[in-house]
Design a protein around this ligand. Structure first.
Ligand code: KG4
Ligand code: ZN
Length: 339
């Protein structure tokens, strides 16, 4: 079964062809990072306009790379929630047009579920698992009991971890997106600064807004005292602290729930220190750790195609995927609620 999947929830226009849920024939990603960089973050209206401009070109390139005619596609899939509503709407409208034109099923996909399914591109589905879902908009610990069955165990009380990376990078004047920049810079420094913990009272919950304020205060104090800021030390200290908080809670969740598989999902899953240190911790605790390869961590359509395939095969009433004309984009949607 060949699925052509579309992702446009934020600032990446991506289209992929995925065969039988794990064979990625092509995965084209057109990133708008350079366009939004000057504003220090994604500007929703600009993102929507660029999706519109790019999407037909990305489709053409995707089919060429997959060596596939559009008539060979068995079903279409699209991220319909959550995300920037105008950005999502571009992908949803385009997908509806294709599915209608070629009279094929259209499978709507939840963006955060797709991030988790990125783990099953190169591995068999091993469930139950605990997923640490960490991106620019989300920080959640989720129990995945079966394919497309999720329970929320904990989440951030305020900012998402990726958002915190992006804001701290902005305070340090390092550019956008902050995650990969801080990750790289922290390799040149030592984590010697004391920074508040990300833990809050809830057993599996997090808080990142205090760290952000702490970093801002630290920078201001250095400024007032005329002290030079050592960016690698700040980056290393910030990252060490954030990664420690994530590791502590996800290991606690896996052990308490007696589940021996952890999946990393979302853009922050690309973080090198997290991959390394969580890997060591999992080894100590006899837990299997899976994370997607780098190009499948940040937004891409291959993960949407994989999530769509698993949704399609477990659905008894496949006719429902032909009834898509009322499908709409939704900006917020819990991971426990499918689209
Ligand atoms: O999943 P994603 O591509 O988009 C959303 O759905 O939000 O995640 C983007 C986020 C950004 O905040 C970015 O700074 C962060 O992922 N990120 C990283 C790294 N690479 C990307 N954060 C920490 N370390 C990285 N290496
Ligand atoms: Zn994402």
């Amino acid at each position: 079964m060949k699925i052509l999947a579309i992702e446009s929830s934020c600032d990446e226009t991506s289209i992929a062809v995925v065969e039988n849920g794990n064979n990625v024939l092509s995965n084209i990603i057109s990133s708008q990072i350079d366009i939004h960089k000057v504003y220090g973050g994604v500007v929703p209206e600009i993102a929507s306009r660029h999706h519109l401009k790019n999407i037909s070109v990305v489709l053409q390139e995707c089919l060429e790379q997959a060596k596939c005619e559009i008539e060979e596609i068995d079903a279409f899939a699209v991220t319909s929630a959550p995300g920037l509503v105008g950005a999502l709407l571009t992908g949803v409208s385009f997908a509806k047009g294709l599915a209608y034109g070629f009279q094929k099923p259209l499978i709507p996909v939840h963006h955060m579920r797709a991030h988790i399914y990125a783990n099953f591109i190169e591995h068999e589905l091993e469930l139950p698992a605990i997923a640490l879902v960490i991106s620019g908009g989300h920080t959640q610990i989720v129990k995945m009991t079966e394919s497309h069955e999720f329970m929320l165990l904990g989440e951030t009380m305020d900012d998402a971890v990726g958002e915190c990376y992006d804001k701290v990078a902005r305070i340090l004047g390092l550019g956008y997106p902050g995650g990969p920049i801080i990750d790289k810079l922290s390799k040149e420094g030592k984590p010697t600064l004391t920074i508040p913990k990300t833990n809050v009272q809830g057993r599996y919950d997090f808080s990142f807004s205090g760290i952000k304020t702490h970093m801002l205060n630290y920078m201001n104090q250095c400024d007032m005292k005329g002290e030079k800021i050592d960016a690698p030390t700040v980056a290393a200290s910030f990252q060490y602290n954030v990664v420690s908080g994530l590791i502590e809670k996800v290991i606690l969740a896996a052990k308490s729930e007696a589940i021996d598989t952890i999946l990393l999902a979302g853009g922050v899953a690309a973080n090198s220190e997290l991959r390394l240190r969580l890997g060591e911790k999992c080894l100590e605790n006899n837990i299997q750790l899976h994370f997607p390869k780098m190009s499948y961590c940040t937004d891409n359509a291959a993960m949407v195609g994989v999530a769509a395939y698993h949704k399609y095969i477990r659905e008894k009433n496949k006719e429902k995927f032909l009834d898509f004309l009322a499908l709409n984009a939704i900006s917020t949607r819990e991971i426990t609620q499918d689209v």
